[in-house]
Write a protein of this length. Structure first.
Length: 177
C-alpha cells in the first residue's frame, strides 16, 4: 500500500507468516518417526547383538513340594550367550539367575570354568519338568556336568537353593519369557 508516495508496512496476520516447519508436515512427521524408530532399535538392542542377554525382566518360578520360588533371570538364547553364561560374575542375589534356552532338545554339558560362584543348575525338559539337578557346583571346576538325558532349558541359581527348597527331579518350572 502506498500513502502519499510512502510505502506503509501492514503487519501480517499469523496465518500469513511463513512457517518452514509447516511447509512439509508429512516429511517432518516421517523424519520424526524414523528417528524415533532408529533410537528404539539401538536402545532395544543394547548394541550387543539383540538377544544375548535381554534387558527386560523375565521370571522363572520353580514349583517344588515345599512351595514356589520366583527368580528374575537373564536369558542366554544364543551360542555366545550360552558359552558366556555366568562366567566371571562375582555377585548374584538369592532370587536372580540365568535361563539357558534352546529351540530344540539338547544334551549339552556344562562346567564351572571361570565361574567364581557356586551354583545350583536345574536341567528342564520341553514340558517344563526338572530332569536333573546339579547342586552346589564347585567354582572354577572344569569337570563336565552332564545330565544323561535331553533337556530344553537350564536354570542356574545361587548354590543352596535346591537343598533348601528340596528341589527334585520331576518338579516343575513355570517359564515366563
Amino acid at each position: 500500500m502506498e500513502k502519499g508516495g510512502k510505502k506503509l508496512q501492514v503487519p501480517m496476520t499469523k496465518a500469513q507468516i511463513p512457517n518452514n516447519r509447516n511447509l512439509f508436515p508429512r516429511v517432518g512427521g516421517c523424519l520424526y518417526l524414523f528417528r524415533f524408530a532408529l533410537f528404539m532399535f539401538f536402545v532395544g538392542c543394547g548394541g550387543a547383538g539383540c538377544g544375548d542377554t535381554a534387558e527386560t525382566t523375565h521370571t522363572v518360578t520353580v514349583i517344588a513340594a515345599s512351595g514356589s520360588t520366583r527368580f528374575t533371570v537373564e536369558i542366554a538364547d544364543t551360542e555366545a550367550g550360552r558359552a558366556e553364561g555366568l562366567m566371571n560374575r562375582t555377585d548374584l542375589t538369592s532370587r536372580q539367575g540365568m535361563l539357558f534356552v534352546w529351540l530344540e532338545d539338547t544334551m549339552s554339558s556344562f562346567w564351572m570354568k571361570d565361574t567364581p560362584l557356586s551354583l545350583d543348575i536345574l536341567f528342564i525338559d520341553k514340558d517344563s519338568q526338572i530332569v536333573y539337578v546339579a547342586s552346589n557346583t564347585v567354582p572354577f571346576s572344569e569337570d563336565l556336568i552332564t545330565p544323561g538325558t535331553s533337556f530344553r532349558y537350564v536354570l542356574e541359581v545361587p548354590a543352596g537353593f535346591a537343598d533348601e527348597s528340596a528341589v527334585a527331579v520331576g518338579d516343575r518350572v513355570a517359564i515366563n519369557i
